[in-house]
Design a protein around this ligand. Structure first.
Ligand SMILES: [Zn+2]
Length: 341
């Protein structure tokens, strides 16, 4: 049985980490992988993005981290003490094992141990949305109850309650992307139909837009629209794109309502690649939430203290979170005077 690793979400890193302790943070997305290096004060020293190679994941991540170590060594700004990796799926934080990442091929992988063998420094693995949630929460002392809703190639949530990250007894807490949004909807990579993911994740927004354009309705969208095209056209007033954006926003609003009602969180942060749409996404989501609040005093009360915000993917919350977690875990190990991993 694997017990969850303690992952503080406050800011002890500033007080406990050695001043020159640098960590690498890598966020593995379904399409792209981001790598950052941050220092003991969480300042960003390096940032690199490349396409994800899911079939050679450990090798790719080792090469990325190695490159970061080489660059930092070259400019002598400090020593890299550890690597943190944020990945989707079921992540065993103690063993570094990952499984069930349906958008990365779904195979099991001893990612943490493989990276440690390749790099010779401690490597810590965390669920991507949880890594982002931990980092976002650490930026704001008032955000002790927070859900970070990541919308990219997939949809999932990182949940922080009372300042502690929630993993769940099954390790799958927050996988709202596989809660049904539309019974009878499209087939999801998880095996079910009509999951929130197939109604709101980036590739599926593009798929729905493609189908809508192919149906012959008048639109300014191209024949092969991207997700960005949809939100851009919606912002410019295209009726078909507005309808698509609104459908996505209503599905997300229902998921946000479920998070707020079941968890009692008062901070919702929408991140991931689709958040690049900015106001064209947030506006309809807030409007859909307002419509639910207007119809239900209970929902209205649940949202009275809640904030719903968008975090630009350029913030690199997942990679920053992975670097933050690596820093925290190394600090804890140093304090204990043990190096179990
Ligand atoms: Zn699913």
């Amino acid at each position: 049985m694997i017990s969850p690793a303690p992952t503080p979400v406050a800011q002890p890193g500033r007080a406990t980490a050695a001043t020159n302790m640098l960590t690498v943070g890598i966020d593995v997305g379904g399409t792209k992988t981001s790598c950052v290096v941050t220092d003991a004060d969480d300042r960003l020293l390096m940032h690199e993005v490349e396409p994800t190679h899911a079939d050679q994941l450990a090798e790719q991540l080792a090469a990325l981290a190695q490159r970061a170590v080489g660059r930092i060594a070259a400019d002598a700004s400090g020593t890299i003490a550890a690597v943190g990796v944020a990945v989707p799926g079921r992540v065993e934080t103690n063993s570094g094992r990952i499984a069930l990442a349906v958008n990365l091929g779904g195979r099991d992988l001893d990612l943490g141990p493989e990276l440690e063998r390749a790099l010779g420094i401690p490597c810590f693995v965390e669920h991507d949305a949880r890594a982002a949630a931990i980092w976002v929460s650490a930026q704001d002392n008032s955000a002790a109850d927070l859900a970070y809703l990541a919308i990219g190639t997939g949809v999932s949530t990182g949940i922080v309650l009372n300042g502690q990250v929630l993993r769940g007894a099954n390790g799958l807490a927050g996988e709202v992307g596989h809660v049904t949004a539309d019974p009878g909807g499209a087939l999801c990579a998880c095996g079910l139909r009509g999951c929130l993911e197939v109604g709101a994740a980036g590739p599926h927004i593009a798929r729905m837009a493609r189908a809508a354009v192919a149906s012959g309705r008048p639109t300014t969208l191209p024949a092969e629209p991207t997700t960005a095209d949809v939100f851009r056209a919606a912002a410019a007033g295209d009726a078909l794109a507005t309808e698509l954006a609104q459908d996505v926003a209503e599905r997300l609003a229902r998921a946000i309502r479920a998070l707020v009602l079941t968890l009692g969180v008062n901070h919702i942060v929408i991140g991931g690649g689709v958040a690049a749409a900015g106001e064209a996404l947030l506006g309809p989501v807030l409007a859909a939430i307002d419509a639910e609040r207007a119809a239900s005093p209970l929902v209205d009360a649940a949202f009275r203290e809640a904030t719903v915000e968008l975090l630009s993917p350029q913030a690199e919350a997942g990679a920053r979170g992975a670097a933050h977690i690596a820093r925290e875990r190394v600090s804890i190990q140093q304090q204990k005077g043990v190096a179990t991993r």
